[in-house]
Design a protein around this ligand. Structure first.
Ligand code: FMN
Length: 173
């Protein structure tokens, strides 16, 4: 099956995963911003950074796929990917971005990325500061994995990128 890796990455962690996966599989890799004709690919492995729940570039990309495409969606975020509630929340936001016919034949993987506050755009820094100030007031027992990750990493630099987590994806290919 003809396969292509597409990624949506703002600060590079998702791109690192996508490029490593390309090295592991020998599949071509491209940013979602550069895709033109992808109708011929039977399988797309989409790596997307999580931004306020949404998967960067995914909505634009699925519009360009053939209806029979086998889609593998790999999200990259900060929150704990062993947390069930976090996974449910990511999956529910994916459902809003991907049409039903593609979802039915999709597989999902969730990886951890990283953040460096010194590199954030002014808009993202402001957004995170507002969210952080709100999150601090949430009672401990009500804090989701997303909220916890945000509080723990606020204003710092963390890197959770772990290429061994890609092995699980190669197993289904
Ligand atoms: C504005 C903003 C919103 C974010 N929202 C989420 C989120 O909803 N869930 C999550 O797990 N991580 C979230 N993150 C963390 C990013 O997903 C994480 O930094 C990821 O590694 C970014 O990928 P990239 O480096 O490829 O752009 C957010 C980061 C920023 C700056």
């Amino acid at each position: 099956m003809k396969s292509l890796i597409i990624y949506g990455s703002q600060y590079g962690t998702t791109k690192q995963y996508a490029e490593k996966f390309a090295e592991m599989t020998n599949f071509p890799v491209i940013s979602y911003e550069d895709i033109k004709n992808v109708i011929d690919y039977g399988r797309i492995i989409y790596f997307g950074g999580l931004y306020a729940g949404g998967v960067k570039g995914l909505k634009n990309t699925v519009k360009k796929l053939s209806p029979n495409t086998k889609l593998i969606i790999v999200t990259v975020g900060l929150a704990d990917v062993c947390d069930k509630e976090n996974i449910n929340s990511i999956r529910s936001s994916i459902r809003k971005q991907v049409p039903e016919h593609l979802l039915k034949v999709s597989s999902f993987f969730h990886l951890r990325g990283g953040i460096d506050y010194q590199k954030l755009t002014f808009k993202h820094k402001t957004m995170m500061t507002l969210l952080y100030n709100k999150a601090k007031k949430i009672p401990e027992e009500k804090k989701t994995a997303e909220v916890k990750a945000m509080i723990e990493t606020f204003n710092s630099k963390v890197d959770f990128v772990d290429f061994t987590s890609l092995n699980r994806i190669t197993e289904i290919i």
